[in-house]
Design a binder for this molecule. Structure first.
Ligand code: SF4
Length: 395
């Protein structure tokens, strides 16, 4: 039994990690590997839970949001992707600005505080489609936070608007235009796993880790926050996952040491879902592996405030377990989500606020509605206001 954390160890090789966690010391790459390899999953999850409690007490977050996946037409064909279609392929779609306008009205009427927008790398839509999209929503719903476009899409926009896809100046210039049109923050998608072998094997053609980090660095320098993801459970190794987490941790350190205002807010480990992708022959990660990956993320990423169990991909039941293994957020009402489908055949994937709150309470936490920037939302039906101060986390 550890003196400090009262955890019953089944694997004594974890003793030094328990001491480090108790003393809030940073874990090493080797510690991360041990957390992935040990059979003592109970200790790994208990340690992550202790860190989550120290940082956030008994609070777990949800939000009222809507996702818009504006088009599934994509110039690339990443092997793990079950979402993309070629232009004339069955199932290909592209939302018009009228469709977007309707979605903005629905979001407004439903009391959403956030619209999350991502799509494929459409070969023919001009850059103005994206700025018009943001401006259209902004005109209808000026208070709703627009979290939009993965780093991959931002690099694509730099290319189609002829600002060059390689230089940081082009990326910054695209981001400045998007921010002027209403962009509030960047989602964390498209990071996959920061490893060249994995990149070449399953998402060749898509930007690699360096470029993904460049985009987020530019966003942070322009003063907006972003999230980070890691797609795991396909052809990557556990060592690749640890390397990915270490790179994110270093980047967050760098942002904190610089004078930039933007930061990574949330890490979202995303389990690979085979679907009908080119990697459909792979089984995807098991439930236990999902729990462990959330827990290790919480323990390794000591400078990222929030760990999200994205219920759409983890299921609401697994997200509840994850709230006891390091996660402190389960995402929101979502409504329509086209990228993956786990428990339904359709893209209507909605959780009511009552379902979200009950799931959080049943997991032993207190549900708090947040906005995109983790500020408390005060709500009366569909009317809401935001406490201007962020709810602090102890990191
Ligand atoms: S993962 Fe993104 S970039 Fe890759 S094929 Fe799918 S939509 Fe296109």
């Amino acid at each position: 039994m550890s003196d400090t954390l009262q955890i019953q160890l089944n694997d004594t090789s974890l003793e030094s990690i328990v001491e480090k966690v108790a003393n809030q010391q940073r874990l090493t790459k080797e510690d991360g590997m041990l957390l992935f390899e040990t059979q003592d999953l109970w200790t790994v999850c208990s340690l992550a839970d202790s860190v989550r409690k120290r940082m956030h007490g008994d609070i777990a977050y949800y939000n009222i949001n809507r996702h818009i996946n504006y088009s599934n037409v994509c110039a690339l064909s990443c092997k793990f992707c079950d979402f993309h279609r070629k232009k004339n392929q069955e199932g290909a779609y592209q939302h018009s600005l009228d469709d977007i306008e309707k979605e903005a009205h629905t979001a407004l009427e439903s009391g959403a505080t956030e619209i999350h927008i991502v799509g494929g790398l459409h070969p023919w839509l001009p850059f103005e489609y994206y700025t018009d999209m943001l401006q259209t929503i902004r005109a209808i719903a000026p208070d709703i936070h627009l979290k939009a476009f993965t780093a991959v899409e931002i690099v694509h926009f730099a290319k189609i608007s002829k600002r060059g896809r390689d230089g940081k100046a082009g990326i910054s210039s695209v981001l400045e235009d998007l921010i002027a049109s209403g962009l509030g923050s960047l989602p964390g998608g498209g990071a996959e796993v920061f490893d060249e072998r994995v990149h070449d094997e399953v998402f060749k053609g898509k930007i690699g880790g360096e470029k993904w980090l460049d985009v987020h660095r530019c966003a942070h320098e322009l003063g907006i926050n972003s999230n980070a993801t890691m797609l795991y459970g396909h052809v990557e190794s556990r060592a690749d996952r640890i390397k990915h987490m270490m790179v994110l941790r270093e980047e967050q350190d760098r942002a904190e040491q610089s004078s930039t205002d933007g930061r990574f807010q949330t890490m979202i480990p995303l389990p690979f879902i085979p679907g009908v992708s080119e990697l459909a022959h792979l089984p995807g990660p098991s439930g236990v592996e999902n729990l462990r990956t959330i827990a290790v993320s919480r323990l390794m990423l000591d400078n990222v405030p929030h760990i999200k169990a994205f219920w759409i991909m983890q299921t609401i039941q697994m997200a509840q377990h994850m709230l006891q293994c390091g996660a402190n957020d389960i995402d929101g009402t979502v409504v329509w989500y086209d990228i993956t489908k786990v428990t339904t055949e359709t893209t209507h994937q909605e959780c009511t606020t009552e379902d979200l709150k009950r799931a959080i309470r049943d997991a032993g936490c207190t549900p708090v509605e947040r906005d995109t920037l983790y500020r408390r939302v005060h709500r009366k039906g569909t009317a809401w206001s935001i406490e201007t101060r962020p709810i602090t986390s102890n990191i």
